[in-house]
Design a protein around this ligand. Structure first.
Ligand code: GH3
Ligand code: MG
Ligand code: MG
Ligand code: MG
Length: 326
């Protein structure tokens, strides 16, 4: 957990300034039907550090784009073979190239079409005749911006995953559970289907920690999570609700189905001892107690159905543990 957190902060710190982003070693596609201009563009890129492919028509550009991930595309707006503007909008619309920087080379009097191109979302343009220094500067700016944004996107996705999942087990956390359950209630209600909520808790988990250590306890949590995944249905949502307490949301499951799944899960835990480092040679006997509640669409809320499941779990705990109740 600590490692992941500092790794995350490390990435953020490293990206704090866009000026720190290396913008060399770019791979570009040059869509240009004038051999002279194409050569000029390729020459203005750094020959040692950058690479470029040349396409002389829109069709050829499409072919190249289908097979290669480019970091930048430079397009001649006056391309004779094919519509350069349509190529730009295609690049902007396609999932794989949505964020790829687009640089246009234009003539002084291309104002109308240039306006359209800017509207489509090109990133920059260069008025011909091509000035090599200027082109290189604009290319570097786009590459740097793109690489910076890519890192921000990655950080964002990682943060989102960290905010909604539990780092030990990889399961969803309570925050995700509550939000997801609220949405699920609306969907299941609209479909007229039942919704079951299962809550369970490891029996005498404190004793496992006390006897074999906290790390062994963690191993049990991880192994338990794996078995939950194997024994609930693929449409069910599994969350770690608290320390050693879990919740499974079961859309489309009536009380009988939920009971069958609960018993299957309980047996899958208790019937096979868990191999734990520093634990008993034959494996550690672990059991869980389970509470099942049905969502009553007339009266229940997210809170009240979780409370009902918790009550059922409490009942199971006080009726000998290693059992399910509802
Ligand atoms: P019961 O059968 O009544 O549920 O008894 P119990 O011992 O399982 O319940 P109790 O609530 O007394 O203890 C739960 C323990 O779970 C206490 C806490 O230290 C431990 N725990 C909570 N989160 C973690 C975790 O992430 N890792 C480990 N190893 N232990 C945890
Ligand atoms: Mg417990
Ligand atoms: Mg508990
Ligand atoms: Mg509880």
């Amino acid at each position: 957990m600590r490692e992941q957190t500092s790794g995350q902060l490390g990435v953020m710190r490293e990206n704090r300034s866009i000026l720190n982003v290396d913008a060399t070693h770019a791979h570009a596609l040059v869509v240009e039907d004038s051999p002279v201009d194409a050569q000029k563009i390729v020459d203005s890129l750094d020959r040692d550090a950058d690479t470029a492919d040349i396409a002389t028509s829109v069709d050829e550009a499409h072919e190249r784009l289908a097979f290669t991930q480019y970091e930048l595309v430079i397009i001649n707006l006056r391309l004779a073979a094919g519509d350069a503007l349509r190529l730009c909008s295609h690049i902007r619309a396609a999932e794989s190239t949505r964020h790829t920087p687009l640089l246009l080379t234009v003539e002084e009097d291309d104002t109308n079409r240039l306006t359209k191109a800017l509207d489509i979302g090109i990133n920059d343009y260069l008025i011909k005749p091509i000035d090599k220094q200027e082109l290189l500067a604009r290319v570097r700016t786009q590459i740097r911006r793109q690489r910076y944004q890519e890192k921000l996107r990655e950080n964002y996705e990682r943060s989102l995953a960290m905010a909604l999942t539990d780092s030990l087990t990889g399961l969803y956390n309570r925050r995700y559970l509550n939000a997801h359950l609220a949405g699920l209630v609306d969907r299941v209600r609209a479909g007229g289907k039942p919704l079951a909520v299962m809550m369970f808790d490891i029996d005498f988990f404190k004793k496992i920690n006390d006897t074999y250590g906290h790390a062994a306890g963690d191993e049990v949590l991880v192994e338990l999570s794996r078995r939950i995944g194997q024994n609930v249905r693929s449409i069910d949502t599994i969350a770690r609700h608290g320390g050693e307490e879990f919740v499974v949301l079961m859309p489309d499951a009536d009380y009988a189905v939920a009971g069958v799944v609960a018993e299957r899960l309980r047996k899958s835990i208790v019937s096979v001892p868990m191999a734990v480092r520093g634990g008993p040679e034959k494996g550690l006997n672990v059991s869980i107690s389970i509470g099942v509640a049905m969502f009553d669409f007339d009266i229940d809320s997210v809170e009240s159905v979780l409370h009902k499941a918790d009550q059922a779990l409490y009942f199971a705990k006080h009726h000998g543990r290693n059992c399910s109740a509802g």
